[in-house]
Design a protein. Structure first.
Length: 394
């Protein structure tokens, strides 16, 4: 009589490239070395920048060059015209304040904006915590994690979305940046001028940078006008002749006048957001004007919370040691191969979507044998332009 024996199923056969990934498991590396986001790290993970950090060089040049021209060509006349070293003080203030603005720019760009760490596997489901909405497919190969769940904020029910890239329910006011490929707490926007996301941990520095840049522009603008006025009084000439004697003053007046409308307008807009406790993303997408803002506590408390409260500690230790496979192939038993190359599709249930086939043949080969489908969400950071995408079960 032949005994019935249970034979364990063979592990899924992987393609060559995926096999190499699994073979690399067990190797200890720093978090920044296996980081799945698109960030750039410096000094062994001490500083974290966005993928477009090079654009910050242009921002620095736009700040430094006008001040250099001011100090080299305009300040000489101011030093001679003002007594008691007042002219030297005018130039010194411009230089020192420029250094301060650059420092704020670097501090904004090099700081963790509030990245929410990714989970190694999907969260455990609890019937009391998740909404009735579900996207479980009829074929059984799809993740049964509901796309939303409800949380209570200041007595109001807030619906938060599940992020398939980070495998977590985003905290209230958190959004996934498609440029940096991270979920960011209190996401405001991704700023190309600083090359970094603006979130909970660097919003204060960003606001100080923008407002300080506005003051610097006004400072240079005013003293260039003072210089032209001095020329007119000394030489008893008209404005055109004064501009011919000091053309750099005219160029700087025109430049700072244009720039101050941009940075000044930005400062005014963010001042309004701070007083009403909104983010740029919320203002453009939800428009709380005339509606109840569950995060607002009144102008005074809003300003205190955003500008004078303690900046929370980063939730990421980029220099900590982890196993490489945790980040490169974190959840094979769940049938999810999470890597940077597969983060090419998204599904936004709030806006709707359409089906696309996953492009990678190797991924399709691996998933066909373990009966699973990968759905990775990348939510657009630009207001009113939500990224759409979806999936097709192989």
């Amino acid at each position: 009589m032949q005994e019935n024996m249970y034979i364990a199923p063979l592990p899924p056969q992987l393609s060559d490239s995926n096999e190499k990934v699994v073979q690399a498991s067990g190797q200890m590396k720093r978090v920044y070395q296996v980081w799945q986001g698109n960030n750039i790290f410096f000094l062994g993970g001490t500083f974290i920048f966005g993928p477009d950090a090079k654009s910050m060089i242009l921002t620095i040049l736009l700040i430094v060059i006008p001040v250099v021209l001011f100090a080299a060509f305009v300040s000489q006349r101011l030093v001679n015209e003002f007594q008691h070293h007042l002219g030297n003080l005018i130039v010194g203030i411009a230089v020192v304040f420029t250094i301060y603005v650059i420092f704020l720019l670097l501090l904004t760009s090099s700081r963790d904006p509030g990245i929410i760490p990714r989970n190694k596997r999907p969260p455990e489901l609890e019937d009391d915590d998740v909404s009735n909405l579900s996207w479980a497919g009829s074929h059984g190969g799809l993740s049964s994690v509901p796309p939303f769940k409800d949380v209570i904020v200041n007595g109001y029910i807030i619906r938060v979305k599940y992020c398939h890239t980070c495998m977590l329910y985003r905290p209230p006011r958190c959004s996934h940046c498609s440029i940096c490929n991270n979920c960011v707490d209190r996401f405001d926007h991704h700023c190309p001028w600083v090359g970094q996301c603006i979130g909970k941990r660097n919003y204060r520095c960003f606001y100080m940078f923008v407002s300080s840049a506005t003051i610097l522009c006004l400072y240079v603008l005013v003293f260039c006008c003072v210089n032209l006025k001095r020329i007119i009084d000394i030489y008893e000439c008209n404005l055109l002749e004064a501009l011919l004697k000091s053309p750099v003053s005219g160029i700087l007046i025109l430049y700072t006048f244009v720039v101050v409308w941009f940075v000044g307008g930005l400062t005014g807009f963010h001042t309004y957001l701070i007083c009403s406790n909104q983010t740029t993303y919320e203002n453009f997408r939800y428009r709380y004007d005339g509606k109840i803002n569950p995060y607002s506590h009144g102008c005074g408390r809003n300003v205190k919370e955003i500008l004078f409260s303690r900046i929370p500690k980063s939730k990421n230790d980029f220099r900590a040691k982890v196993e490489e496979d945790v980040y490169l192939f974190p959840s094979l038993s769940f049938g999810r191969a999470i890597s940077q190359d597969t983060a090419k599709t998204s599904f936004d249930l709030e806006m709707g979507g359409k089906c696309h086939e996953l492009a990678s043949e190797e991924l399709e080969d691996a998933q066909s044998q373990i009966n699973s489908v990968v759905v990775l969400e990348r939510c657009a950071t630009q207001p009113l332009h939500t990224s759409l995408g979806s999936f097709k079960e192989t």
